[in-house]
Design a binder for this molecule. Structure first.
Ligand code: ATP
Ligand code: MG
Length: 332
């Protein structure tokens, strides 16, 4: 029997995940590439590149080729994807190989084309299909591609937050925001700068967000080191949970408002089933301490964090690749 190779890819703003047909999840790395500034030569991708971010040797630039969920640097994205597929040992097959690529619902036609271009490079024969990320997230939470049941999904990633009502493998209605975990990190970094006169790195801002979230976390405060803006000296500060929660308020309110607005617009025929199943919360942002409770309180709907939320989108895309590739529309 002829074998067919296939791949499902969640190319995210912060993380890229690759699932190989018949093999499972084979790669999970930061969406980063380190290049030599003058020659443009790729020096490292994924973890090895991300580790250099904020501490690049002279002459080296660390690029994050996606912004707000879509490709912002096509050359770097193509290089990164090629390197990841090589590392994942993706091979072409006698039967036309298949690929499922995840894309934000709010991506424009041009942004979708950039994704197809990045994937086609070096793999011209691929049968590539795009899937909206909320659809993949819904399928990972147990929905069936052929079902008529409505599912309400919220995917909070690094660069995008998307609320969607999904039926089977189709989106019925959605709201897409070009903000997510990265915007939260920036808000926390800005608040620390203002309150303590201290400049901290993005990775430390992310750690404060993860540890303290909206609730103050286990300890109610966390220590961070940075550069004093006035004296240029190095020092530490103990950052309280209230400061972080206040900084997160703006992005979190925007996300929760998008959920409310979508609930107001969705087809009323789906109300009963969505009331029963609630909001399915996916993406890394689903793990923000207090976010699920905040949504429940503000929109009055049960909110559950899906199993393993950082891998939800790739899991759903993998189901489509393995079980129902034909339901996805052909691309040119
Ligand atoms: N425990 C946690 N609490 C809060 N945020 C978290 C936690 N774990 C991860 N994150 C955040 O989740 C984000 C990454 O999530 P994810 O991998 O779903 O994004 P992505 O798919 O790369 O981005 P996008 O879908 O927007 O393109 C980062 O901003 C990270 O800080
Ligand atoms: Mg994502």
């Amino acid at each position: 029997m002829a074998v067919r190779s296939g791949v499902a890819v969640d190319l995210g703003t912060v993380n890229t995940l690759v699932h190989l047909l018949g093999h499972g999840l084979v790669l999970e790395e930061p969406s980063a590439v380190a290049i030599h500034r003058t020659s443009g030569k790729v020096l490292a991708v994924g973890y090895a590149a991300d580790r250099l971010a904020g501490r690049e040797p002279a002459g080296v630039a660390v690029l994050h080729p996606l912004r707000d969920g879509v490709i912002s640097d096509l050359t770097a994205a193509t290089e990164m994807l090629r390197a990841f597929l090589r590392r994942a040992r993706f091979r072409t097959s006698a039967l036309r190989p298949r690929a499922v690529l995840c894309v934000p619902s709010g991506a424009t036609g041009l942004e979708r084309e950039a994704l197809l271009a990045a994937a086609a490079f070096g793999h011209g024969r691929l049968d590539v299909r795009l899937v909206d990320e909320p659809v993949a997230a819904a399928l990972s939470a147990g929905a069936e591609a052929g079902s008529a049941e409505g599912v309400f999904v919220l995917d909070v990633g690094g660069g995008t937050s998307e609320a969607a009502v999904v039926v089977g493998a189709r989106i019925v209605a959605y709201r897409s925001l070009r903000l997510g975990g990265n915007a939260m990190d920036e808000a926390v970094g800005g608040a620390v700068r203002q309150a303590f006169g201290l400049r901290i790195g993005p990775k430390d801002a992310e750690r404060l967000k993860i540890e303290l979230g909206l609730t103050g976390g286990e300890h109610g405060s966390a220590t961070v080191a940075g550069i004093d803006l006035a004296s240029s000296s190095l020092r530490e500060a103990a950052v309280g949970g209230e400061l972080v929660a206040a900084a997160l308020e703006h992005p979190v309110a925007a996300i929760v408002d998008a959920v409310s607005e979508l609930l107001g617009e969705m087809p009323p025929d789906l109300a009963e089933e969505v009331l029963q199943s609630g909001v399915q919360l996916a993406g890394g942002g689903a793990l923000l301490p207090g976010l699920a409770q905040r949504i429940e309180k503000q929109v009055g709907l049960g909110t559950v964090v899906v199993d393993d939320p950082l891998r939800a989108v790739v899991r759903g895309a993998a189901r489509l690749l393995e079980e129902s590739f034909e339901v996805l529309e052909k691309t040119a």
